[in-house]
Unconditional design. Structure first.
Length: 223
């Protein structure tokens, strides 16, 4: 996660310019979008610290963007809109927005909300800064980032994760993870390990979680 990067999604160029100036003056970097088409993919690949998201955008509306981002990230989202109807605020909050600001707004207030939401989010991360596995949904999460795994990937990762530092040979993995390992080869294990590493690579970690031990197998490296 880029702790100093704030995304501004706003189709009004004048508002974008002023908001960008004030947010940068507060010590943050910014990335601006004037439509909703490319926002979700960019957020997935770049992991910003916070998003200021307008509701009514060309290409894709803010509600849809917020909902799609919540499928893979808990990044703080402050939604903005020219409408003041309560139903809009409720929809935004119900689909995962963290805060809501109605236009016309004070830019200084938006900056204050950016700081407050980041402070609250970072406090939450610091109190729960560990890798979490969910056996009901077959996913793992770390610092607000959620990664979906297949059943086999989850079982394989859970085996290694449950015994940090222990080396498992391919034969042991075949025996413990795959229901009918007679029809599975060592190459299948290696392929699933590669897929796991690729998915896990989006996490803000300083080292790999799954370590290859030449001639022996694989182990989980504790964070």
């Amino acid at each position: 996660m880029n702790e100093k990067l704030v995304v501004i999604v706003e189709d009004d160029l004048d508002i974008t310019s002023v908001l960008q100036t004030y947010i940068q003056a507060a010590g943050f970097k910014t990335k601006c979008f004037n439509n909703g088409l490319d926002v979700v993919l960019w957020v997935r690949n770049n992991q910003p610290a916070l998003i200021v998201l307008d509701v009514y955008l060309p290409g894709k509306d803010g509600f849809t963007i917020c909902k799609e981002i919540r499928d893979f990230s808990q990044v703080p989202i402050i939604m903005t809109t020219a409408k003041i109807e309560e139903v809009d605020r409720l929809i935004g909050l119900e689909i995962g927005a963290d805060d809501y600001v109605c236009k016309p707004y004070s830019v200084k207030e938006v900056v204050a909300r950016v700081k407050a939401n980041l402070r609250r989010f970072n406090n939450h991360l610091n109190s729960n800064d560990k890798l979490m596995l969910d056996g009901d949904s077959f996913c793992l999460s770390y610092q607000g980032i959620i990664i979906d795994l297949t059943t086999i990937e989850f079982s394989l990762f859970h085996l290694l994760y449950s015994n940090p530092g222990r080396i498992y040979s391919r034969t042991q993995i075949l025996d413990l993870v795959y229901q009918d390992y007679r029809n599975v080869s060592d190459r299948t294990v290696d392929s699933h390990i590669r897929n796991l590493r690729k998915k896990i690579s989006v996490l803000p970690l300083k080292s790999d979680l799954i370590i290859s031990i030449y001639g022996a197998g694989y182990k989980f490296q504790a964070i």
